[in-house]
Design a protein. Sequence first.
Length: 274
Amino acid sequence: MLQDLKPCQARDRPEYPYPVAAKGITMVVLEGASMIPLHDDNPTRITPIVTIALIGLCVMAFFWQLSLGPSQEEALYALGVIPAVIFDKAQLAPQLAWVDPVLTPFTSMFLHGGFMHLGGNMLYLWIFGNNIEDAMGHGRFIVFYLLCGVVAVFAQALPDPESTIPMIGASGAISGVLGAYLLLFPHARVLVALPLGFYIHTMSLKAAVVLGIWFAMQIFSSLSAGDGPGVAWFAHIGGFVAGVVLIPWFKYPEVRLFAPARSGGRWHRRGRKH
């Protein structure tokens, strides 16, 4: 959390000073899964340029964060989502008002709290994002991804609108991608790694099994999690549900729900023209 709050002179709301020693942040990170996806056997027909661009932007943003050195906390508070700020119950100090608070649900999607946070989220986006982009096209995929991310933010923020803990990470939006993937390609095969102590076992499972287990773990973790910094479980759940609800409206009409398994292609094979 931030330092002790001090009264705001101009408005009857607390003002956040510059966070010299923050106690923690809420990370939207695809943690908690007992299985690590490595690859899916589900070819696409277009080059997933938006998926690649989103990964590139997240990586560049992360190295920009690192370049700030000790000042990178300032970026997390200025560009992350703070529920108390976006619900107008508090305000940041002027030196942290880099963007309007209504924009932070978008800026927060590109910030990450460490290499593992970044790497885990980008792995999921790379494996599952290209097929969802293929199913709706580049432009609609951008809107779909951002909309799922915004829903995820409010799913996390609404239960505790006075929270002063900033939230960062892409996995709220990526959870929407997973929800869409479950509806479109439940029979696709996903190669997963199962860490068993010092031994890692790999196996191929249906996407419905992999994503079903993942979603069940989000619900279980949200029920057992305490208050304070940590993983934003409700953001995962909200993003996933948003993806399930929105995908019938965003996919191409010829794309079927619950499609049978397909294989034998490569992600860069082209077939559909736009």
